[in-house]
Design a protein around this ligand. Structure first.
Ligand code: PLP
Length: 443
């Protein structure tokens, strides 16, 4: 518990004084101060309740009692540097592995999504002996030095930044705004051929491909759902070039897409990545993450002779929490809820599209849903300021949503997985009214 509490303005002042600037979007417009949270709700200092539609870290619901209890019990029994032998680690590794195809059988535990992706790159480099990485336009994979270059979403915000030579950026497989759209006869092949072309060009320059990395569904890029078959085709090209396929599940894994436990499984049963990274939801707010790969790649990594060690990764408390999160997902059928409540939310939003010229596209799988706002449905001109208005007005009405994508015009839903159909109705009703107001307002 905090030993002192401050009024909201004092907290803002202290944050500005003592903490590096971050999350511009939230702090530029009357930030809310949260003092407690439960389920899909967060409460401010006046105990006013906010519906949280964006917090994919509170995956099974904020402060879920089973998760809190598992962590607290383990904390009283043992927590330690992960160099010691303890059962929680193997129990958790075995449990995680059971959610994945058999080939993915070796876990490395780390502490954040960035650390997981950084390790995935090292596994790929060491196993393949190759250097170059192919990433997607508008991708975000993390904040550490090895990842900024392969995260065009952030990288392009840096004035004068020059991309490293070993990084190649492929087209985002976005069938609404990308180069090949929903009217293209085979966007999966067209986008995969773009990757093939990149590999051929790189080879022409004497370069070698270590990995292709992609979010299974792009989040910062604007809730982009790759066309089915795209990953299989890309994997074929990349493996032929001696590289590996890394699926970044940091945002979308753990049942969020509803029909499957992992986002990459939306591509079909015949697709299995070589390396999978996961983070945010797996600890329900407790900082933990994991990389899972094949025995062959893990052995290739070990062949460098370098012992891999991570002090906090897979410590007894993290593993106890991770096991409890998996138990709750199962016990409360949260994946099933994501399918039902997410499907209902998507249908309600699709209704809005029929009535509101500002709604250009609605796309979603389970509780991962995007609404792209446009000023002109034919030209698809991004409605950026309108999207920001929607976010701010919703916040005034105690609903938390964000807007993202390269034009910041995609409203993003990724709520805790206990989000209900009533929550969906409440949020969509308010968005409906706000859109009507915006459409009535003079230019
Ligand atoms: N990968 C994806 C897809 C993400 O969205 C993020 C964070 O937003 C990361 C990786 C990095 O995770 P972390 O912030 O835990 O380092």
């Amino acid at each position: 518990m905090a030993t002192e509490t401050f009024d909201k303005q004092k907290t803002i002042d202290l944050r500005k004084k003592h903490v590096g600037p971050s999350c511009k979007v939230f702090f530029s417009h009357d930030p809310i101060k949260i003092v407690r949270a439960r389920g899909q709700y967060m409460y401010n200092e006046k105990d006013e309740r906010y519906l949280d539609c964006i917090n994919n870290v509170a995956h099974v619901g904020h402060c879920h009692p089973d998760v809190v209890e598992a962590g607290a019990k383990q904390m009283q029994l043992l927590n330690t540097n992960s160099r010691f032998l303890h059962d929680n680690l193997v129990l958790y590794a075995r449990r995680l592995q059971a959610t994945l195809p058999e080939k993915l059988s070796v876990c490395y535990f780390v502490n954040s999504g960035s650390e997981a992706n950084d390790l995935a790159l090292r596994l790929a480099w060491q196993y393949t002996g190759h250097k170059d990485i192919i990433t997607l336009e508008n991708a975000y994979h993390g904040h550490v030095s090895s990842l900024i270059d392969i995260s065009p979403y952030k990288f392009h915000q840096m004035a004068g930044a020059e991309q490293s030579q070993h990084v190649h950026v492929a087209l985002s497989p976005d069938i609404y705004r990308g180069k090949y759209r929903e009217d293209h006869p085979d966007p999966a092949t067209a986008y995969a051929d773009n990757v093939k072309g990149i590999i051929e060009d790189a080879h022409g320059q004497g370069r070698t491909i270590a990995a292709f990395i992609a979010e299974s569904l792009q989040s910062c890029g604007g809730q982009v759902i790759p066309p089915v078959g795209y990953f299989q085709k890309v994997a074929q090209h990349v493996r032929k070039a001696g590289g590996v396929f890394i699926a970044d599940e940091v945002q979308v894994g753990f049942g969020r897409v509803g029909s499957h436990f992992w986002g990459f499984q939306l591509q079909g049963e015949d697709f299995v990545p070589d390396i999978v990274t996961m983070g945010k939801p797996i600890g329900n707010g407790h900082p933990m993450s994991c990389v899972i790969t094949s025995r062959e790649i893990a052995e290739g990594f070990m062949s460098s002779g370098m012992e891999y060690f991570n002090t906090f990764g897979g410590n007894p408390v993290s593993c106890a929490i991770g096991l409890a999160v998996l138990d709750v997902i199962e016990k409360e059928d949260l994946q099933g809820n994501a399918l039902r409540a997410g499907g209902y939310l998507t249908r309600l939003l699709e209704n809005l599209k029929e009535r509101h010229p500002l709604v250009g596209d609605v796309r979603g799988r389970g509780l991962f849903v995007g609404v792209e706002l446009v000023r002109d449905q034919k030209k698809r001109t991004p409605a950026t300021s309108e999207a920001q208005d929607v976010i701010y007005r919703l916040k005034e009405q105690r609903i938390l949503l964000s807007a993202d994508g390269p034009h910041r015009n995609v409203l993003k839903f990724k709520p805790p997985m206990c989000f209900s159909e009533e929550d969906a109705e409440l949020a969509v009703e308010k968005i409906d009214r706000i859109l009507s107001d915006l459409e009535r307002a003079p230019d």
